[in-house]
Design a binder for this molecule. Structure first.
Ligand SMILES: NC(=O)c1ccc[n+]([C@@H]2O[C@H](COP(=O)([O-])OP(=O)(O)OC[C@H]3O[C@@H](n4cnc5c(N)ncnc54)[C@H](OP(=O)(O)O)[C@@H]3O)[C@@H](O)[C@H]2O)c1
Length: 266
């Protein structure tokens, strides 16, 4: 079945490789990128069935605008893949005063999930890109009140995403499914080259698991679970992601940020 799939961060790395794999399977792709030039190149490669959306996901107002555009243009979204992510950047505080990693890796995916739910069918799928790097979330850091080193911010932002994924899944018993996925560690992307100074493992490992998760029946009832592609199976995330109270605290903080920044948006 041909699905309409929104893939964020589809202009490089795992996202671009997954876009190619999903397009080859005949799906209709909504390609998100932050660079107009890179987005145009991907759209030219994928052909006229793919549609482009430009947004800097480090700016909450642009995340909200992306969601608004999609809601206005699409009657149905079968799969949302929150793939865009960041580890290192020259400036890590956003214009909104938040940590870039928490905004791009956690808050933007959360906002897209919440805003796009109205057009997602019960058999839809939300796939959130987690990581083997997961560290306990300091709520003040998530709220922009505490600065963290790069790897710590990244690992906290990825656990926060894994935690809201499980919490959101529990609120959606009828679907769509919400699944957190570690695509595989140290895959050959810019993030890994810049973050760890190594060339990295075969990128197709990450692209293939996203393509599988978007359509294979094995993922159709996996809501609230964590797929660890280093192990090649569903497995336990960090124990904090299995703690209902801690998950609820992260979601409460995310809801506060959403309310605060959306109230400021033009
Ligand atoms: N590579 C790994 O081994 C690994 C392991 C575990 C998890 N992951 C996760 O997998 C996902 C993809 O990562 P990757 O390794 O493929 O990294 P990547 O090659 O650096 O690609 C990241 C993508 O996110 C986009 N992006 C970054 N900041 C953005 C922003 N502010 N607004 C909009 N888009 C933004 C990038 O846009 P540009 O194209 O413009 O740069 C790019 O398309 C991430 O969520 C990452 O945390 C990766």
């Amino acid at each position: 079945m041909t699905k309409t799939i929104l893939l964020t961060g589809a202009t490089d790395g795992i996202g671009l490789a997954a876009a190619r794999a999903l397009a080859a399977q005949g799906h209709r792709l909504l390609i998100h990128g932050r660079s107009a030039e890179k987005l145009a190149a991907v759209l030219a490669e994928l052909g006229p069935t793919a549609k482009g959306h430009l947004a800097d996901l480090s700016q909450v107002s642009q995340v909200a605008e992306l969601a608004r555009d999609i809601l206005a243009e699409e009657p149905r979204l079968d799969v949302l893949i929150n793939n865009a992510g960041v580890l290192k950047a020259p400036v890590t505080k956003t214009p909104d005063g938040l940590d870039l990693r928490f905004v791009v890796n956690t808050l933007a995916p959360y906002l897209l999930c919440k805003q796009l739910l109205p057009i997602m069918p019960a058999d839809g799928r939300i796939l959130n890109l987690s990581s083997a790097a997961q560290a306990p979330v300091a709520i003040p850091a998530l709220m922009g009140q505490e600065a963290l080193a790069d790897m710590e911010a990244y690992a906290q932002s990825k656990l926060a995403l894994t935690m809201f994924s499980r919490h959101l899944a529990q609120t959606l018993p009828e679907g769509p499914v919400v699944i957190a996925i570690n695509p595989g560690s140290l895959l050959a992307t810019n993030m890994v080259r810049e973050g760890f100074g190594i060339s990295g493992n075969d990128l197709s490992i990450g692209a293939e698991i996203l393509a599988r998760a978007a359509s294979d029946p094995e993922f159709a009832s996996a809501t609230g679970l964590y797929f660890d592609n280093d192990a090649g199976r569903f497995g336990p995330p960090h124990t904090d992601a299995l703690d209902d109270l801690k998950c609820a605290q992260v979601v409460e903080a995310l809801d506060k940020l959403v309310a605060l920044y959306l109230s400021r948006a033009p």
